[in-house]
Ligand binder design. Structure first.
Ligand SMILES: NC(=O)C1=CN([C@@H]2O[C@H](COP(=O)(O)OP(=O)(O)OC[C@H]3O[C@@H](n4cnc5c(N)ncnc54)[C@H](OP(=O)(O)O)[C@@H]3O)[C@@H](O)[C@H]2O)[C@H](O)CC1
Ligand SMILES: [K+]
Length: 504
C-alpha cells in the first residue's frame, strides 16, 4: 500500500471529485459515514461523544460525524474552537445541517471549561492534513485540554498538530490520541518515532478515493502489508530435497557472545534453509554443536575471535556475518579481505560487522552490491551519521542504499526497508516486547536463511522482516510482551509461516 503526502492526498480528493464525479461535501459525508460506522462498532450509545472542531474540513468531518452519531441515538456535544477564523465551505454546510438539539459551545479559551466524562470519547477534529504551521493560542490550549482528559481520544485522520509528512518541533502542541482513524491511506508520520508516539493505534478507513489515481500516483513510501508478504512466500515443492533450499553460512560469535550466533543459527534453520554451516572461533565449537545440532560447525584458527572466512565460499548461497562477532582488528582485516577479494556470495551484515564497516570508510567503498544491512538506530547513526529528525533519517537511508546499491533494514517499531531505487517499506508487524537482546540476531538468521533459498534481496527483506514481527506478535499473545525473549521468536517462526500462508 502506498503512503501519500498531504499534497498527493489533496490531489486524490480533487481527482475523485472531478472524475467520479462527486461533490466535495458528499465526499466529506462519505468520510464521516465511514468514521461513524467504525465508531458505532467500537463504542456503545451509552458513551457520550465530545467533538472538537477546527475551521477546516477536518472540523467539517467532526460536524458531519456529530449529526450522524446523534441520528443514531448517541449523546453528542460539539466544541467549535477558534471561531474567529475563516471556515471552509464544507464546514459551513455541515454546521448548518447540525440538528438544534446538539449542544454547541464556541471556545475562545479553555479556562473554566469543566472536564468531560472519563467514560466518554473525544473526537479530535481540530486539524487534519491541512495543518500549515504549529498550533498556537486557543488551538494550543484546546490540545492541552484534550490531553488532560481521561476520556478516550480518537483523532480524525491524524492527531491535530502533526504534519502528515514533515517533522514537528519538539514540544509543539499535538493531540495524544489513543486511536487514529486515517482516511484511505496511513500517513508517513505514523511510522516514525517522534510523530508516531502521538498516533496511538491506527486504522485506515477506505472512503472510495478514485482507484485510477491511487494506482498511478508514484510514492517512494510503502506499507508492508500481509498481502505483500504473502505474495512473496514460495511453497515447498513435493519432490524437493535439502539441496533445493540452499546452503547458508553464518559467521559470528566470540568469547562471551556465542549466544548471538546460536540464536541466528536456530532462526536460519527455522526459515527452511536446506543446510546451515556456522563458522565460530574455537571456543564456540562445543557450544554450537550442543546448542544447534542441526548446524555444521567450522572453526577459526583462533580461540576467542574470528580472523578469517572459509576459502570455499562458492558453496554457500548466502553469507550472514556479524552476530556476536566482536570488533577485533583481526576480524576487521578478515572483513576487508573478503570485500576486496572475489565477489562473495550474497551478504547479510549485522551487529559488529556493521560497526566494523562504520569504523572504516575504505572497506565500505568495497561493499558488494545487493548486500543486506540490518542496523538498529545507533548502528545506523555510526554508519550514516546523525540525523536532525526522523524524516532526515529516511533521506540518509535512501542516500546510503542508492550510493552503495544495497538494501538496508533500519530496525524499529516500524522497521523500514530501503532499496537502491529509493523505495522505502514500513513494516506493520511486531510489538514492544521485541525490544530485548538477541531479537536482531534472530532477524539476521531469518534473512540469511531466506536469501540462501533464492529469494531476491528485496523479497528477503520484506518477507523476513514481516515474519520476524509476526513471530513476535504470536509469541507475545502467549507469553506476554514483558516476558518475550529472543528465542521465542524462532520458536514461533513456524506459526508465523503458517499464519502468513492462511488466506482470509
Ligand atoms: N481525502 C481525504 O482524506 C478527505 C479528507 N477530508 C478531511 O479534510 C481534512 C483536510 O482538510 P483541510 O481543510 O485541507 O485542512 P484542515 O482541516 O487541517 O484545516 C485547514 C485550515 O486550517 C488552517 N490552519 C492550518 N494550520 C493552522 C494553524 N496552525 N493554526 C490555525 N489555522 C491553521 C488553514 O489555514 P491556512 O492559514 O493554512 O491557509 C485552513 O484554513 C482531512 O484531514 C480530512 O479530515 C474530507 O472530509 C474528505 C476527503
Ligand atoms: K485531527
Amino acid at each position: 500500500m502506498k503512503i501519500l503526502t498531504a499534497a498527493q492526498t489533496r490531489d486524490a480528493d480533487a481527482y475523485t471529485i472531478a472524475q467520479e464525479p462527486i461533490s466535495s461535501v458528499n465526499l466529506m459525508e462519505r468520510a464521516a459515514g465511514a468514521l461513524v460506522k467504525w465508531l458505532e462498532k467500537h463504542y456503545s450509545p451509552d458513551k457520550p461523544f465530545y467533538i472538537f472542531c477546527g475551521p477546516g474540513n477536518n472540523g467539517g468531518d467532526g460536524l458531519a460525524a456529530a449529526r450522524l452519531l446523534h441520528q443514531d441515538g448517541y449523546d453528542v456535544e460539539v466544541f467549535l474552537v477558534g471561531t474567529n477564523q475563516k471556515t471552509s465551505p464544507d464546514f459551513d454546510q455541515n454546521l448548518q445541517r447540525l440538528p438544534q438539539e446538539i449542544t454547541v459551545s464556541h471556545l475562545e479559551t479553555t479556562v473554566g471549561v469543566s472536564d468531560v466524562s472519563p467514560l466518554g470519547v473525544i473526537l479530535d477534529g481540530l486539524f487534519g492534513s491541512g495543518l500549515s504551521r504549529p498550533l498556537e493560542g486557543i488551538y494550543a490550549e484546546a490540545v492541552a485540554y484534550i490531553n488532560r482528559q481521561d476520556a478516550t481520544v480518537v483523532a480524525i485522520d491524524i492527531p491535530s498538530g502533526l504534519f502528515a509528512d514533515a517533522p514537528i518541533q519538539e514540544g509543539s502542541p499535538v493531540v495524544e490520541a489513543d486511536m487514529t482513524l486515517s482516511f484511505e491511506q496511513p500517513k508517513l508520520a505514523f511510522f516514525l518515532p517522534a510523530s508516531g508516539a502521538f498516533v496511538g493505534e491506527w486504522h485506515v478507513l477506505p472512503i472510495g478515493l478514485h482507484s485510477e489515481f491511487l494506482e498511478q500516483v508514484s510514492s517512494p513510501y510503502h506499507v508492508l502489508t500481509k498481502e505483500k508478504a504473502q505474495s512473496i512466500l514460495k511453497p515447498r515443492a513435493k519432490f524437493s530435497h535439502k539441496g533445493s533450499y540452499g546452503h547458508a553460512l553464518l559467521v559470528g560469535g566470540s568469547y562471551g557472545k556465542m549466544g548471538a550466533v546460536t540464536l541466528a543459527a536456530h532462526a536460519a534453520l527455522r526459515t527452511g534453509v536446506g543446510l546451515l554451516t556456522v563458522q565460530v572461533p574455537q571456543t564456540g565449537y562445543g557450544i554450537l554443536q550442543t546448542a544447534v545440532p542441526e548446524a555444521m560447525a567450522l572453526t577459526d584458527d583462533l580461540d576467542r575471535h574470528l580472523s578469517r572466512f572459509p576459502e570455499d565460499l562458492d558453496r554457500f548461497q548466502c553469507l550472514g556475518i556479524g552476530p556476536g562477532l566482536g570488533q577485533h582488528e583481526d576480524s576487521r582485516l578478515a572483513l576487508e579481505t573478503l570485500f576486496r577479494g572475489q565477489l562473495p556470495p550474497p551478504l547479510v551484515l549485522d551487529a559488529d560487522a556493521l560497526n566494523l564497516l562504520a569504523a572504516d570508510r575504505t572497506i565500505r567503498q568495497h561493499l558488494p552490491p545487493d548486500s543486506i544491512l540490518t542496523p538498529h538506530p545507533k548502528e545506523f547513526e555510526r554508519l550514516m551519521g546523525p540525523a536532525t529528525h526522523d524524516f532526515h533519517r529516511l533521506q540518509l537511508l535512501q542516500d546510503f542504499c542508492s550510493e552503495h546499491s544495497c538494501y538496508v533494514v533500519l530496525k524499529g517499531a516500524h522497521s523500514c526497508i530501503g532499496s537502491p531505487e529509493g523505495t522505502l517499506y514500513f513494516n506493520t508487524t511486531g510489538n514492544p516486547g521485541m525490544a530485548t537482546g538477541g531479537t536482531g540476531d534472530v532477524l539476521t538468521g531469518i534473512l540469511t536463511g531466506l536469501r540462501a533459498q533464492g529469494y531476491s534481496p528485496l523479497d528477503t527483506c520484506l518477507l523476513g522482516v514481516y515474519l520476524h514481527g509476526l513471530a513476535g506478535d504470536l509469541a507475545a499473545e502467549q507469553e506476554g510482551q514483558a516476558s518475550l525473549i529472543a528465542s521465542d521468536l524462532y520458536t514461533y517462526l513456524g506459526a508465523a509461516f503458517k499464519k502468513l500462508a492462511e488466506k482470509e
